[in-house]
Design a protein around this ligand. Structure first.
Ligand code: SAJ
Length: 441
């Protein structure tokens, strides 16, 4: 059977995207390397929490339009939505890890036909869509589907062009076996994904104008926002720019919180008042910046242009430094107490979700438990038990919020989950409270 779309990677982006296309009547094959994820989705279930996504996935699977599998199959369009984490080089510098994208590109190659559209949705460093094209063509050559002697050296073709522009020239193989490549980054906010997936404006960046137009036409099947055409490199940098913009702005708020701690000023009041200026809109400080996007993507810019990105780098460093500052505050609060009970309220990377990836709250709870500053009573209403990195430590146990606060000497509010805002404040009396989110002011 030939599918309309084959989506590689059924995570936070791939699964909602596959499901929404399926509910619009397209035949979608979702591919994931994890057999448990494939089985869960085929039974109409969900392997992570996102409001209302369960209903969408169930509807998509029950309609018969969405099926999950472990390997790709023939389709008109391939969407790559796999992780792009960073790794460290031998000098400790953060560098993008494109191995999942490469694996996905090579895996779809046997299933493409002339005219297939291949879309990279994963947030990626500038130039990755071109790499996807080259990996696919390498596989085509390797398998003999285009004569390998036709694979002229692409770098020779590229040399003739201004670096940083999409190269309009094609290799002979590309002329004989035309494929359309585009980068169409997502912009959905975890916790509000379904609404934003449909309503947000999008960017479709083609390696060729034709590829951009084909991608735009596809997303118009469900996207009610405007879709802007550009080239792939601009689209790649636009996505990184959006998340870096937010990171820099949060870093400003976090730096203010450090200044206020030093000067004995309430940072929340300061920001509230400053924001009454018509052109000032300061974000909120917190225990640090988490998640798999904002804490990662700015590094992709820094990696590709290190000499000219000191602001973006420093913002990352300010935000990454914030968890250490909170640990130091807890240590100071513990003072000479012997093994105090420390309630850590929240482990997720932000409010009302279950995602612990790159979570500063987790980093803080683990650091407190490891340092043996006290006994950590970890509270996270959106997960079932202690995550592995805490479970293996002797000084940590899983609690519900009320029990943790009752037992605690020090209460550290790390995530502004709705449930914590409603906590009986009388329970906080006589406790040392460190509210990193300004919830209980
Ligand atoms: N945070 C603060 N203070 C704030 C706002 C956020 O400390 O004022 C923290 C949060 O607690 C969290 C982190 O920043 O730890 C990131 O949270 P977020 O809500 O700002 O963003 P994400 O990571 O959930 O989603 C972002 C969004 N990007 C932008 O808003 C520019 C989303 O639109 C992207 O689609 C997503 O990254 C992504 O997938 O790239």
């Amino acid at each position: 059977m030939k599918y309309d779309i084959c989506v590689i990677g059924l995570g936070y982006i791939g699964l909602p995207t596959a499901s929404v296309f399926a509910t619009k009547g397209l035949k979608v094959l979702g591919v994931d390397v994890r057999p448990d994820v494939v089985a869960t989705i085929n039974s109409g279930g969900l392997h992570f929490h996102e409001p209302d996504l369960d209903i969408l996935v169930k509807a998509a699977v029950q309609s018969g339009n969405l099926r999950a599998a472990s390997t790709p199959a023939s389709a008109s369009t391939f969407i790559i939505a796999v992780p792009t984490p960073f790794t460290k080089d031998s000098n400790g510098a953060k560098i993008p890890d494109l191995s999942y994208v490469e694996q996905a590109a090579r895996a779809v190659a046997p299933h493409v036909v002339a005219g297939s559209l291949i879309i990279l949705e994963s947030t990626s460093p500038v130039g990755t869509t071109e790499k996807v094209r080259d990996w696919v063509h390498e596989e085509l050559a390797r398998s003999g589907r285009v004569g390998s002697r036709l694979m002229v050296n692409r770098s020779q073709v590229a040399d003739a062009h201004e670096p940083g522009t999409n190269n309009p020239e094609q290799t002979e193989a590309e002329r004989r076996f035309p494929l359309l490549f585009a980068h169409c980054p997502e912009r959905v906010l975890p916790g509000n994904m379904l609404k934003e997936l449909v309503a947000n404006d999008r960017i479709a960046g083609g390696l060729t104008p034709e590829a951009g137009r084909a991608a735009k036409e596809l997303y118009q099947r469900f996207c009610t926002g405007e879709i802007f055409l550009t080239d792939a490199r601009t689209a790649e940098l636009a996505k990184l720019t959006e998340n870096s913009f937010r990171d820099v702005n949060i870093a400003f708020a976090n730096e203010l919180s450090l200044i206020c701690d030093k000067l004995g000023i309430d940072v929340w009041e300061l920001i509230r008042l400053s924001n009454r200026h018509p052109r000032v809109k300061i974000l909120q400080p917190g225990p640090g910046v988490g998640g798999h996007c904002i804490a990662v993507d700015p590094w992709f810019i820094v990696h590709s242009a290190p000499d000219v990105s000191p602001l973006i780098r420093t913002a990352r460093e300010v935000n990454d430094g914030k968890p250490h500052h909170i640990v130091a505050r807890v240590r100071k609060a513990a003072g000479k107490m012997k093994k105090p009970m420390i309630a850590c309220l929240g482990l997720a990377f932000k409010a009302d979700i279950d995602d612990l990836r790159e979570s500063p709250a987790m980093e803080i709870a683990v650091a407190l438990a490891k340092a043996g500053i006290g006994e950590v009573l970890a509270v996270e209403p959106h997960v079932k038990g202690l995550p592995d990195s805490l479970a293996k430590l002797p000084n940590a146990r899983f609690c519900d919020a009320e029990e943790a606060v009752r037992c605690a000497d020090i209460v550290v509010l790390l995530v502004n989950h709705r449930q914590f805002a409603g906590l009986d404040r009388a329970l906080l009396r006589d406790k040392l409270v460190i509210d990193t989110r300004g919830v209980w002011r």
